[in-house]
Design a protein around this ligand. Structure first.
Ligand SMILES: Cc1ncc(COP(=O)(O)O)c(C=O)c1O
Length: 384
């Protein structure tokens, strides 16, 4: 059997991770400003995380949701306290798409309506409902176009109100910061107006914090900069630092009922152990504060690079915009300067999503290597 060839691969094979670095099979060390697509929150192979997972595996790796799993309660309590959502409920699943799928389903159950408002440039995942609210027809199959979704301009509150007046919408879904679209932030005012409007028309507001959450922006959730409290928040990526786990965080307004949602693997012993370790390390090592501090430091240093036309985002979720496509630059960064970075659907934007334990010395190292790579690309001394 061969692998179904759906990923354009970088021909590097990391085999080991250490904090903010990955090491490939030839022993080459790379600075990781991509974090495996915003997944690495506490850093690669944190010893406490490794020990907790190894210990749990010795005890019990899995049992289904038909029995008591007190690790789930422990995780819910810790997550509630650290995120400021103590009074919300937690439903556990395995991936971001699933977290959004469950959020959309809950909104539809709750309102008994089916239309969803999403925004241009949005990415919410690839499962049926999640891809339907994603603004990318090229990854939707005909079966996915059966959902009733209206895409509006990001930030256009008047358009939202016009749609909501039709009284057929169950949910509005929006990312805390649009990631795949090249780090595009909603204004605080837009989020506040959106929240007020959803309340006025009794529509469920879903904040997708899968990429922008879990401390990445310097607050637990990016939307917390605007002071709003959405009805549902979705999380995944950094939650398990690479161990698959996701959460749908649900307002106390929603009433649970047996069978309403369900999953085989969601909230299993290993996944909860990983997620608990992540929260413990985030708290002990003050990684949210670190993300804000190192993010601000990095932004200041990056301002000195004239080729960067705009810096967007907050904390350690940054988009650097150039006035040329970044594919060559990204290649030079990886191959010659040994730095992993991310791309986005905006061809001119380099996306930075490093582990939240990144320090100022790694920030300096990155800025130097970026400047070097830019010189090489500009001088066209490299032939890629
Ligand atoms: C904002 C956002 N939502 C949802 C998803 C989907 O998550 P997953 O790939 O875990 O299904 C992603 C993944 O990149 C994302 O960035």
């Amino acid at each position: 059997m061969k692998l179904f060839d759906v990923y354009p691969l970088i021909d590097i094979e990391p085999v080991k991770g250490e904090g903010c670095y990955v090491i490939d099979k030839n022993g080459e060390r790379y600075l990781d400003l991509y974090g495996g697509h915003a997944v690495i929150s506490i850093g690669h192979s944190h010893p406490y995380y490794v020990k907790k997972l190894s210990d749990q595996l010795q005890l019990l790796g899995f049992y289904s949701n038909s029995v008591i799993i007190s690790l789930q309660e422990e995780l819910a309590q810790k997550l509630g306290r650290l995120s400021g959502y103590d009074d919300y409920f937690l439903f556990l699943s395995n991936s971001g798409a699933e977290a959004n799928e469950n959020a959309l389903k809950l909104a539809s159950f709750y309102t008994q309506k089916s239309k969803v408002i999403a925004f241009k440039g949005a990415f919410h995942g690839r499962s049926s409902g999640a891809v339907a609210v994603t603004d990318n027809p090229s990854i939707s199959a005909p079966i996915n176009f059966n959902q009733h979704v209206t895409f509006l301009n990001f930030g256009d509150i008047n358009a939202v109100e016009l749609e909501l007046q039709k009284q057929d919408t169950c949910a509005v879904i929006i990312e805390g910061i649009q990631g795949v679209n090249g780090i595009v932030e909603p204004s605080e005012k837009f989020l506040q107006d959106l929240s007020a409007m959803c309340k006025k028309y009794k529509v469920v507001l879903i904040l997708d914090e899968i990429q922008s959450g879990y401390g990445r922006t310097g607050k637990f959730f990016a939307h917390q900069y605007s002071g709003i409290k959405p009805d549902i928040i979705t999380v995944a990526k950094g939650m398990g630092n690479g161990f698959p786990i996701a959460g749908t965080i649900i307002s106390p307004e929603f009433k649970a009922k047996y069978g309403l949602l369900g999953t085989t693997f969601g909230g299993n012993h290993l996944a909860c152990t990983a997620a608990i370790a992540v929260l413990e390390i985030m708290e002990d090592d003050q990684l949210i504060e670190n993300a804000e501090m190192v993010g601000n430091y990095l932004i200041e240093k990056l301002k000195a690079i004239p080729e960067i036309k705009a810096i967007r985002g907050r904390g350690l979720m940054l988009g650097l915009e150039f006035d040329f496509p970044i594919n060559k630059l990204r290649d030079v960064l990886i191959r010659e300067e040994k730095v992993f970075t991310g791309s986005s659907s905006n061809k001119n934007v380099l996306r930075l999503l490093p582990p939240l334990n990144m320090g100022t010395c790694e920030a300096d190292l990155f800025v130097n290597r970026l400047a070097c790579s830019l010189r090489k690309v500009m001088d066209a001394t490299v032939n890629i």
